[in-house]
Design a protein around this ligand. Sequence first.
Ligand code: ADP
Ligand code: UDP
Length: 246
Amino acid sequence: MEKLQQLYEGKAKKVYATADENLYIVSYKDDATAFNGLKKGTIAGKGVINNRMSNMLMQMLEQHGVPTHFVRELSDRETLVKKVSIVPLEVIIRNISAGSFAKRYGVEEGIVFDAPTIEFSYKNDDLGDPLLNRYHALALKLATPEEIDTIERYAFKVNEVLKAYFLDLNITLVDFKLEFGRLPDGTIVLADEISPDTCRFWDKDTGEKLDKDRFRRDLGGVEDAYQEVMRRLTGKQGNRPTNRRE
Ligand code: ADP
Ligand code: UDP
């Protein structure tokens, strides 16, 4: 499958049409942004890691009954996906307080919740992705009640599966953002990506941040952190790259 015209260039990926009207190719870039595009930079090798990691995780989620847009990995940076109409909601699940939650409610980071939380943001860069609830999403006709029910159910399922999976890699899954889309027949599937760009990962023993917060907060060692998560994932999968250096 070949790339035809570029349809969209986002902050982290490009989206291309293909000869099949129901399929897109996404191409992952090394570009990184934070704070709604105010902070810009490059994380060398990020695109390759995010592409592979997202694909591994989506395939695993499929096995656990969460339908996704994933079709086939085409190369280091490119993946064939089902074309969806994106539901303009950023769906955020949290297990532990961090980031904007800690800031908004004036609490420290690291509070372990008794149960995971879910929140939605309106996916709209011009407005700065404002927080909204289910009623707001319905009022704005961003999704139907049934779609929101499905999205919530899948989002919590993704959390259960990923939390256990990462715990096995000695990684605490703190929080993450998901996007969902509609196939032509209306089926809701998980889309976009799951990667250190979109999740907070803390080393279980040391608490070391292994995600985009290293970039957001100028902590250094950004590339190493992404590689470390990937190394643990591929180690578990038993298909470690042969050219790795240790
Ligand atoms: P952003 O748009 O936030 O800058 P990206 O750089 O990651 O983000 O761009 C990828 C874009 O493609 C996002 O807008 C995302 O919602 C969209 N997208 C992800 N998966 C699919 C898909 N399967 N079909 C259509 N659009 C998708
Ligand atoms: N997130 C994301 N894209 C966004 C906003 C958040 O992928 O546009 C992810 C982020 O990486 C974290 C989770 O969602 O894993 C919760 O982010 P938070 O609301 O704390 O916002 P931030 O601290 O990134 O401003």
